[in-house]
Design a protein around this ligand. Structure first.
Ligand code: UN1
Length: 478
């Protein structure tokens, strides 16, 4: 079996590969991937530092052409890469292919951004002088990504980093190195100069820690747990390093009496259970007003009973396995805890056997939950959701906001009045009306508030805020 190696300064390095296991079938080894060391990470940072002066001054057309080629190469291989992604992560094939297409679209978007640099030219308040405001790349950026979106999240960090002229050291999640490796290989084939993008796969304790400890990183863009996010922040403070954190969620989905029931059910089931609930944008609190509560719960249970849970690569599958044994154990512990806390387990919550040995879990729905319960306050990151019954809209929005998180929030309603009020008053970075809380567009800002996110937004034109620094230049005609 081929060993997939790390990329430092344009050279593939490392010899021993660690097996990448398919969560749909643990007998299936997706490939062997090298685990880098702290020293590899330091060398990668050094290489990126050397590459930076030239890359940061490269002409716009060069960057544009490389990102465009990458977009085309990703799109041309969407079936193969989607299969690889689903095989290593466990999301159904259609979602895997969809995610690859999204990565291609992100590279396309930022290829365009290379040709649209912003800036301002304005008179100074002093006679005879003028001012230019421009943006420059920040330097070497560390990109640390989670396992749940193995290609889209790396794409939405790496594409803007490169477009705005930064160099990158990329550390993908240990569990899903395959898609990351393929993406880096594509960028290399697209003509990226040596050292501009370096890949170090491996453990957080070695590679991640070495990046946090590096004085030469100008920024770290991180998506992952709230706990590790806090470590990125603490490690960055002594260096006055820029950082951007996307972390947990406990996203609410509100259903009002006046909702269109099929719309509400479809959006709720998608939000809570698709991608096995393993999205930071997943809704895990379904906050439902009295008048529609029983009809909504019955319809969601019906819909859940019809969900096909199985091997990610089988055509009929709608929900794949969860990512690994540890995640499965955590999900099941929360299901037990919810019952101990007094919520009613209305559906699922148990491990499933399939033909292949994998981490299959029947999506779980709790009813009669209260917002104070641990299952409604802590992020579970699995296909587990709880219905909270409320009297009216006022109680619904108060409940929605009663959380330390604030990433995404949804509402199902046909009332313009409530939809407008919710958009204005819910404490979240992203609000969805009659749409799932997860599954966002690639060309607009992504991010949240409270404990969910820190720093400037990702995606779209807002990405420039993190990957550039502003320069104000004054000139006197003399
Ligand atoms: C989406 O809902 O489309 O880690 C994306 C996550 C998020 C990405 C969600 N950063 O789940």
């Amino acid at each position: 079996m081929t060993v997939h190696r790390n990329l430092i300064d344009g050279e593939w390095v490392g010899s021993e590969g660690v097996p990448n296991i398919n969560p749909s079938d643990t007998r299936d080894v997706v490939g062997l991937y090298v685990h880098g060391s702290a020293e590899d990470a330091r060398q990668a940072v050094a290489a990126a530092k050397v590459a930076f002066p030239k890359w940061s001054q490269s002409v716009l057309m060069e960057r544009h052409a490389i990102l465009r080629r990458a977009s085309d190469l990703i799109a041309a291989r969407k079936e193969e890469l989607g299969r690889l992604l689903s095989r290593e992560e466990g999301k159904p094939l259609a979602e895997g292919v969809g995610e690859v297409v999204r990565a291609a679209q992100i590279f396309d978007f930022f290829a365009g951004e290379c040709l649209r640099p912003g800036g301002e030219c304005l008179p100074s308040v002093r006679p005879g002088a003028s001012v230019e405001v421009t943006r420059e790349p920040i330097g070497v950026v560390g990109v640390i990504t989670p396992w749940n979106f193995p290609i889209a999240i790396p794409a939405w960090k790496i594409a803007p980093a490169l477009a705005y002229g930064n160099c990158v050291v990329f550390k993908p999640a240990e569990l899903v190195p395959g898609s990351a490796w393929a993406l880096v290989d594509i960028l290399r084939q697209s003509g990226l100069p040596d050292g501009v993008l370096n890949l170090i796969m491996g453990r957080g304790a070695d590679v991640g820690q070495a990046l946090l400890d590096s004085p030469d990183l100008a920024g770290i863009s991180f998506t992952g747990s709230t706990r590790v996010g806090a470590r990125v922040a603490a490690a960055s403070a002594p260096f006055q390093r820029k950082y951007q954190l996307e972390m947990g969620g406990k996203n609410p989905f509100v259903v009002l009496d006046d909702a269109d029931l099929p719309v509400a059910v479809e959006a709720a089931v998608n939000s809570a259970f698709f991608s096995a609930g393993q999205r930071c944008t997943a809704a895990s609190r379904l906050i439902v007003t009295d008048g529609i509560h029983d009809r909504f719960v019955a319809a969601v249970q019906d819909r859940m009973a019809g969900l096909a849970i199985g091997h990610a690569l089988e055509d009929s599958t709608q929900i794949g396995p969860v990512v690994d044994e540890a995640q499965l154990g955590q999900d099941i512990r929360y299901v037990e805890l919810g019952q101990q806390e007094g919520a009613r387990l209305a559906h699922g919550g148990h491990r499933l056997d399939r033909e292949t040995p994998g981490f299959y879990l029947q999506p779980a729905l709790f009813t009669e939950a209260t917002n104070a319960m641990t299952i409604c306050q802590e992020e579970i990151f699995g296909p587990v959701a709880a219905v909270i019954r409320v009297r009216d809209y006022d109680e619904a929005i108060a409940t929605a906001n009663d959380t330390r998180f604030g990433l995404s929030a949804g509402i199902a309603t046909t009332s313009l009045k409530y939809a407008s009020h919710f958009k204005r008053n819910v404490q979240a970075g992203m609000v969805m009306v009659n749409l799932p809380t997860a599954g966002v567009d690639f060309h607009v800002p992504f991010g949240g508030r409270k404990s969910s996110s820190y720093g400037s937004r990702e995606q779209g034109r807002y990405a420039a805020e993190f990957y550039t620094t502003v320069k104000t230049a004054y000139t006197h005609a003399g």
